[in-house]
Write a protein that binds this ligand. Structure first.
Ligand SMILES: *Cc1c(COP(=O)(O)O)cnc(C)c1O
Length: 396
């Protein structure tokens, strides 16, 4: 009896069909490799969608979580707990932000950021009709607020009406942002590097102009760093390369390296003038287990010099991907920053990704025509070579 097939049938009989999953049941991980239930080995260039930055089965990470499980997993936010305090202190240090609210996911962090921005504007003028400018092709999550600022009509269509007063501008087109600014604008929101929408990094010029506009008009700049943050582009947060600072930012995915956790963070100015006691909450957010994960992740980032590894391996990955662009007619271009890269094809990439899986390489797409590379941040140049050689077999 083929166990894999049986599990997949059981899954399809029980789970709501919201995903067309790849036909594989994963079982365990070690370093940058995953194994399915038949013991087949896969090189992982997906990392659970830019989540497992440290690689799988990291001894220190596993031990820290096990120790916390034996102590205390949950308390609610009516009380303080040590892991959340330690995690918050470290997050302030690496982000330069001042106030943190822990969430359970990325979408929930975006929800909180939107509420903080609306409350900030409300406290200024007492009005309740403020607007937010988001970007076309953006992705901010699947809950109603996050979906409302997601610039992909296909995701929104069946779930109308959205939260309202959202305008969409074009990423990296400052004129289109200006054209959408009104005296009701309370926030401008975008991903520092757009992920799902096709791996588009914000240009430095766009970032600087938007930041200046925000300062001039007291509009809040909200940067979504859920995918591009946590060292993926070579700095802890991608915005740190631009010489600007957001008023509010979101983080999740690699923050807990697999334990579901996110956060929205803000400057002291926004913290003092937005969400106050009773305005926002969560039962689980920042519980001791999730916070212990953040705490140990940030320790390992420092001890294992994870950012240094990104800075060393990313240029090599870019070089190798550029060689593919030159070599294959079906590949149009490469885009990205650090270990967040996209290869843009002139045709849908589904078949190539399925073939790669067969050949022991896990890749994902971003849109129909783009292969997205978001490996664990601990990959080596040898891993890049291995990935390229399997990908080449699949392109033949
Ligand atoms: C994944 C993602 C989200 C949503 O995070 P979830 O944890 O899936 O809710 C939001 N914004 C960006 C940029 C993302 O990549």
């Amino acid at each position: 009896m083929d166990m894999m097939k049986q599990y997949i049938e059981e899954a399809e009989a029980a789970l709501l069909h919201t995903y067309n999953r790849y036909q594989v049941v994963l079982d365990k991980g070690d370093g940058v490799y995953l194994y399915d239930i038949n013991g087949k080995k896969y090189l992982d260039f997906c990392a659970g969608i830019a989540v497992f930055a440290l690689g799988y089965n990291n001894r220190k990470y596993n031990d820290a979580l096990k120790a916390q499980i034996d102590k205390l997993i949950h308390t609610s936010n009516y009380y303080y707990n040590v892991p959340a305090i330690e995690a918050a202190k470290k997050m302030k240090k690496v982000s330069g932000m001042d106030r943190i609210f822990f969430t359970n996911s990325g979408a929930e962090a975006v929800e909180g950021a939107i509420k903080a921005a609306r409350k900030y504007a409300y406290l200024k003028d007492g009005q309740t009709d403020h607007e937010i400018i988001a970007m076309e092709h953006s992705f901010h999550g699947r809950t109603m607020g996050a979906l409302s600022v997601t610039g992909n009509p296909k995701y929104r269509e069946a779930f109308q009406p959205m939260i309202g007063n959202i305008r969409f501008a074009k990423m990296n087109d400052f004129e289109s942002v200006l054209a959408n600014v009104t005296d009701k604008t309370c926030a401008i929101l975008f991903e520092t590097v757009q992920g799902e929408g096709g791996i588009y990094p914000a240009t430095e010029e766009f970032m600087k102009h938007v930041k200046a506009l925000c300062e001039e008009k007291d509009i809040l700049l909200i940067l979504d760093e859920i995918q591009c943050g946590m060292g993926r582009t070579g700095t802890m947060y991608a915005w740190q390369k631009y010489g600007i600072k957001p008023d509010i930012m979101t983080t999740a995915k690699a923050l807990g390296c697999g334990v579901p956790v996110g956060a929205f963070m803000m400057t002291e100015k926004v913290g003092q003038n937005s969400l106050a006691s009773g305005d926002h909450g969560t039962t689980y957010g920042g519980n001791p287990l999730a916070a212990a994960a953040i705490d140990v992740v940030l320790d390992i980032f420092e001890e294992d010099k994870v950012l240094e590894n990104v800075k060393e391996v990313a240029p090599y990955l870019e070089e190798k991907l550029d060689e593919l662009v030159a070599e294959y007619d079906c590949i149009e271009t490469r885009r990205g920053a650090g270990l967040m890269q996209g290869l843009v094809f002139s045709k849908p990439v589904g078949e190539i990704i399925a073939k790669a899986l067969e050949n022991g390489l896990i890749l994902i797409n971003a849109g129909t025509d783009i292969i997205r590379f978001v490996p664990p941040l601990v990959i080596s140049k040898e891993n890049v070579d291995e990935m390229i050689s399997i990908l080449k077999e699949c392109l033949q």
